[in-house]
Write a protein that binds this ligand. Structure first.
Ligand code: 5GP
Ligand code: ZN
Length: 140
C-alpha cells in the first residue's frame, strides 16, 4: 500500500534495523522502543489488522516470533517478554499495517507499561452474557 510506512520498510524505501526476514515476514527494531530489544514483526503483504491478515501470513508472523524471542532471550536475558498486537485506533494502533510487538523486560528494568494493568474482579453475570453473545456470533 502506497502510503503505508511499513510497506515502505518492506520495499526498502525507508531503512530499518532488521533482525529477521523470510519469504512472508520481516522483523526489525522499533525506533521508539519501550525497552531495549523492542522488536516488531510484520507480514510483507499489507494487511491492516487481525481481521484482514491472511491465515498463512498470521501463522508465519507468529512462528517467526518464536525464532525472534529465542534470539532476544539469548542476547538480552530478559526476565519476561510481552507479545502485543493492537487492532484499531481505539486500541491505540498507530501504524495500520499488522504488527506484533515483542517487548522484553530486562533484569532490573521497570515493569512494562503494556502488561502492568490492575486486576479488578468483573461481574460474573455480565461476563457470562457477553461470552454467550460472542460464542453465538462465532463462525465455524
Ligand atoms: P502501534 O501503536 O501501531 O501498535 O505501534 C506502532 C509502532 O511502530 C510504534 O511502537 C512506533 O514506535 C513504531 N514505528 C512507527 N514508525 C516507525 C518507523 O518508521 N520505523 C520503525 N522501526 N518503527 C516505527
Ligand atoms: Zn502496509
Amino acid at each position: 500500500m502506497e502510503d503505508c510506512i511499513f510497506c515502505k520498510i518492506v520495499k526498502g524505501e525507508i531503512p530499518c534495523f532488521k533482525v529477521y526476514e523470510d519469504e512472508r515476514v520481516l522483523a526489525f527494531e522499533d525506533i521508539n522502543p519501550i525497552s531495549k530489544g523492542h522488536t516488531l514483526l510484520i507480514p510483507k503483504a499489507h494487511a491492516a489488522n487481525l481481521q484482514e491478515i491472511s491465515d498463512d501470513d498470521l501463522a508465519a508472523v507468529h512462528l517467526a516470533s518464536k525464532k525472534v524471542i529465542r534470539a532476544i532471550q539469548e542476547v538480552l536475558h530478559p526476565t519476561g517478554v510481552a507479545a502485543l498486537q493492537l487492532n484499531g485506533k481505539g486500541a491505540n494502533q498507530v501504524v495500520m499495517h499488522y504488527h506484533l510487538h515483542l517487548v522484553p523486560r530486562l533484569p532490573g528494568g521497570p515493569p512494562l507499561p503494556v502488561s502492568a494493568w490492575e486486576l479488578q474482579p468483573g461481574d460474573m453475570e455480565t461476563i457470562k452474557r457477553t461470552a454467550e453473545k460472542i460464542s453465538g456470533a462465532m463462525v465455524k
